[in-house]
Design a protein around this ligand. Structure first.
Ligand code: ADP
Ligand code: MG
Length: 571
């Protein structure tokens, strides 16, 4: 558990602030995360790396010469929002374009992808590199569809070194993908991790056994096995990874490997060294040459008891970059050439959005929107525990928290907008942006987009009709389908939203409230039925089988909010 905190909600942000305060020579806090505190040469590509918090040193601990240029920092285990990514890029980019590097998770793909769209519109060349080293999460033919774990370290180290050595954006991107394609990881957990402020771990592993193939967000292992000796564990890790060793003598690979033995949280250094001793022996027996091994904590998962092994199959090019110097808070190697590093001058700030003029009717409608969002906030708070428990079965347990943060952010932003005279359209647009910002995660991006699209159906100059409410709800659902790309049967909120939308179209006659209530009953039944299906998308995908018997948390929260909407409008 977490012993030291002020408030669970502010934990991630306060940790970033303290990290920056302890490394003023390297880091500066910017809206949404951190950037280098020193200037970079004009025209140099920027490597912006990120993801949720709770994984230190990933990712903010790797910002500095030779590695990252900036890191957007999400909430615990939850992707940074698109606007956090955007803001950090604006602070890190210096005319050479940007590589967005992150682990391959649905929430991160959505938020970083949205930020990339916006940046490209503004003329910035953006490349996306998703790290996908975890062999437990997919087959070797689908290596780039796997999820990312400790492979973040070598991929970002190699890309950062290439940029430091003068690579342009194309070259840096090529090398980042090459490093990812050469990297394999496998992990084990003996006990789950506990979110700050929570009493119980996200999952338990039975005493004497271990979760094999764990994820770094507290996603449980893909199978359980008995804990053996340290040597047994070393053998298991080595055997799993070497099954994917590329043929020697091809493509410049001749048996040189970078090796990273990574502690996830509460496995201590001495234990890691005991395991590493055996790993080194085994690799030598296989005729491999270990290049600059790393044993320690690199990609952690709060206080998870577990460890992972990463191998990078090196050629000359990758080896040189793996060995190049770096100077970051958590990763220092060799000494950077002495150059004049001027401190950066100021930081970019998103500033305030203008509120367009609105009619009396539209402002009245906006007040009602605030009341609905307040109701959403209440429903999310009442169901936080249950939604988190459902998400912990095969996901990462943060769905309740994400919905609470998102709805609270949206309600707050809507109230502020109305206080400044905003109409219905602007109120919903701002609420949507705030939901995505406050929640992070997959569902945060999707609910944010839903609210924003719903806002597009309202006007700032005219009042709304009953029809507009139905159109807005429909537009919101369509946005989720478009952006998330899920289909009914994938075990996501779409399984509740699509039957809901169809029922709503049938039920609507003159009044939106009763029609939404009727459709929400259909959504509830559909959400309950998701218990029968295997998850194919999102975080739960890897553990699809484990999700059978448990309904999808996102489908349930959707049904709960539509029920609340129907009740509110009918009153
Ligand atoms: P994360 O998966 O990032 O931890 P949450 O836990 O907040 O995010 O949300 C998980 C929910 O998001 C799932 O239960 C599912 O309903 C929904 N979800 C995941 N992927 C998609 C998708 N592609 N389309 C629609 N909904 C999705
Ligand atoms: Mg989740």
């Amino acid at each position: 558990m977490t012993y030291l905190l002020n408030s669970p909600d502010d934990f991630a942000e306060e940790a970033v602030r303290g990290l920056v305060a302890s490394h003023p020579d390297l880091l500066v806090e910017v809206p949404g995360g951190v950037a280098r505190s020193t200037q970079t040469p004009a025209g140099q590509p920027a490597l912006v790396i990120g993801g949720g918090s709770g994984h230190y040193p990933a990712f903010a601990g790797w910002v500095g010469p030779g590695m990252g240029h900036g890191a957007p920092c999400g909430k615990i285990f939850s992707s940074p929002s698109a606007s956090e990514v955007y803001s950090v890029v604006r602070n890190a980019e210096n005319g050479g374009g940007v590589i967005l590097g992150f682990g391959n998770y649905a929430g991160d793909v959505l938020h970083f992808g949205l930020a990339a769209e916006k940046l490209r519109h503004e003329g910035i060349d953006v490349r996306i590199v998703t790290v996908s080293d975890d062999i437990a999460s997919n087959t070797s033919e689908n290596h780039r569809d796997r999820r990312g774990v400790a492979g973040d370290l070598p991929v970002f180290k190699i890309a950062g070194a290439a940029i430091e050595a003068g690579a342009d954006l194309d070259e840096a991107e090529r090398l980042a993908w090459k490093a990812n394609d050469a990297t394999r990881s496998f992990g084990l957990a003996f006990e789950g991790c506990t979110l700050p402020g929570s009493d119980d771990p996200l999952f338990h592993v039975e005493k004497g056994s271990m979760g094999v193939g764990l994820g770094i967000h507290g996603e449980p292992g893909v199978r359980d096995a008995d804990i053996g000796s340290a040597a047994d564990i070393a053998d298991l890790l080595v055997d799993e990874l070497l099954a994917e060793e590329p043929p020697r003598g091809e493509d410049g690979y001749d048996g040189r490997v970078a090796v990273i033995l990574n502690g996830l949280g509460t496995v201590k250094y001495e234990e890691l060294f005991v395991v590493y001793g055996r790993i080194a022996e085994r690799l030598e027996q296989r005729g491999l040459t270990v290049v600059r091994p790393e044993v320690g904590e690199f990609v952690t998962s709060l206080d998870m008891a577990g460890l992972s092994l990463t191998l990078v199959f090196l050629d000359d090019e990758l080896e040189k970059l793996w060995l190049a110097p770096a100077e970051t808070p958590a990763y220092r190697r060799g000494s950077m050439p002495v150059v004049d590093r001027a401190p950066r001058t100021g930081t970019w700030d998103p500033g305030k959005t203008e509120i367009p003029d609105a009619s009396e009717d539209s402002r009245t409608c906006a007040q009602k929107i605030v009341a609905v969002l307040e109701r959403f906030r209440q429903v999310c708070a009442d169901n936080e525990g249950e939604l988190g428990r459902l998400d912990a079965v095969a996901g990462d347990g943060d769905h309740g928290q994400g919905m609470v943060f998102g709805s609270r952010g949206a309600a707050g932003a809507a109230r502020t907008a109305v206080d400044q005279g905003a109409g219905a359209r602007t109120t919903l647009l701002m609420a949507g942006e705030a939901w995505a910002d406050a929640a992070g995660g997959t569902s945060g991006a999707l609910w944010g987009a839903a609210l924003t699209s719903a806002g597009g159906e309202f006007s700032d100059t005219e009042g709304a009709e009953e029809r507009s409410v139905v159109d807005a709800v429909t537009a919101g659902i369509d946005a989720v389908l478009r952006l998330g790309g899920a289909e009914p049967g994938d075990k996501t909120m779409v399984d509740a939203a699509v039957p809901f939308r169809d029922a709503l179209t049938d039920a609507f006659d003159t009044d939106a409230g009763p029609a939404i209530t009727a459709a929400a009953r259909v959504a509830h039944d559909a959400a309950a039925k998701t218990a029968d299906i295997t998850a194919r998308l999102g975080r739960a995908r890897v553990l699809g089988e484990k999700s059978v018997g448990t309904p999808d948390p996102g489908a349930l929260s959707f049904a709960l909010l539509m029920t609340a909407l129907g009740e509110h409008l009918t009153r």
